[in-house]
Ligand binder design. Structure first.
Ligand SMILES: O=C(O)CCC(=O)C(=O)O
Length: 297
């Protein structure tokens, strides 16, 4: 499914883009589901729905209203959509991961990030692994484009090679969900735009630094983001976005025992249940401070 150049590129840069990875009918079905959720969101004034631990599933951007709905995130949509379950827990996406993760693969969690025209949310630079640390780094973030993704509508940006470093996501001992803003200029200069058509799939290393700008266009940008991991990767902390499909085997078989990385070389996050990623990052952005790279691995 991935040729040797693509596999090499993933290890070198920390991500690889596969065009036309998932069929248009699946993409259409998922978009139809998301359209229904946007309509439903018009009935709500604040975040709503419920994950298995009670925190909200549907996250609304400030300024959301009945007339101008701003549904920006749906967490663990596979729990409430058979179409999404089919794509994420079947092999549509997972089959691409085998050359990197091996034959035995588990699902971790997923979310849809939506940026419709007029919405202002961005995603500040961060590394995903720090949010849900596992016993090893055989974890891939699979980002499936549900719409065409361009620089103008706020496509994903990845800093190539950044997966070989660890950056702090805390300030004053508090987990901020974002890397200190003093790195922004460096990241902005180095980051690569991940542009592609609907159905394209970006496989990103769990430690790759990434973020995205607000949508400045008239076209929507929708992204279905899923973490998968090798069957022998086990969580080090309670999950912040738990679901009943967490750790479900999607390909191959269960592992008998966890595999551990040699050194535990990063901070563990605070448990921030109830805060959305956006609130967490916005609070951090309002503060200032300096950070230092923890070091190369
Ligand atoms: O929506 C995006 O462009 C990036 C998503 C992301 O990094 C996240 O939600 O953790």
């Amino acid at each position: 499914m991935l040729n040797s150049k693509q596999i090499e590129g993933f290890h070198e840069k920390g991500y690889v883009l596969i065009h036309d990875a998932v069929g248009q009918q699946e993409i259409k079905d998922i978009n139809a589901q998301l359209d229904r959720w946007v309509v439903q969101s018009r009935q709500h004034q604040s975040n709503y729905g419920s994950l298995i631990d009670g925190q909200p599933r549907f996250d609304l951007e400030p300024g959301h209203s009945k007339i101008a709905p701003k549904l920006r995130r749906v967490t663990n949509p596979q729990e409430v959509s058979p179409e999404i379950r089919h794509t994420l827990l079947g092999d549509s996406v997972a089959k691409y991961l085998v050359p990197i993760l091996g034959p035995d693969i588990k699902f971790d969690h997923s979310k849809i990030n939506a940026k419709h025209p007029g919405m202002k949310s961005d995603i500040k630079y961060h590394q995903d692994h720090i949010f849900e640390p596992q016993t090893n780094d055989s974890v891939i973030v699979a980002l499936l484009m549900l719409t065409d993704s361009t620089e103008e509508n706020g496509c994903l940006k990845v800093v190539p090679g950044s997966h070989k470093y660890r950056y702090p996501h805390t300030r004053g001992g508090k987990f901020t969900g974002t890397i200190d803003g003093s790195y922004n200029e460096y990241f902005d200069n180095a980051a690569e735009l991940v542009e592609g058509g609907a159905g394209s799939l970006c496989l990103m290393h769990t430690w790759a630094v990434h973020g995205s700008e607000p949508n400045r266009s008239n076209t929507p940008r929708r992204l279905l983001i899923t973490e998968y991991k090798a069957a022998d990767a086990f969580p080090l902390t309670p999950h912040k976005l738990p679901s009943r499909y967490m750790d479900a085997v999607v390909l191959g078989k269960e592992a008998d025992a966890p595999r551990h990385r040699k050194v535990l070389d990063f901070e563990l996050p605070d448990f921030y249940k109830g805060d959305s990623l956006f609130d967490l990052q916005e609070t951090a952005a309002a503060e200032s401070g300096m950070g230092i790279a923890v070091g190369a691995v």
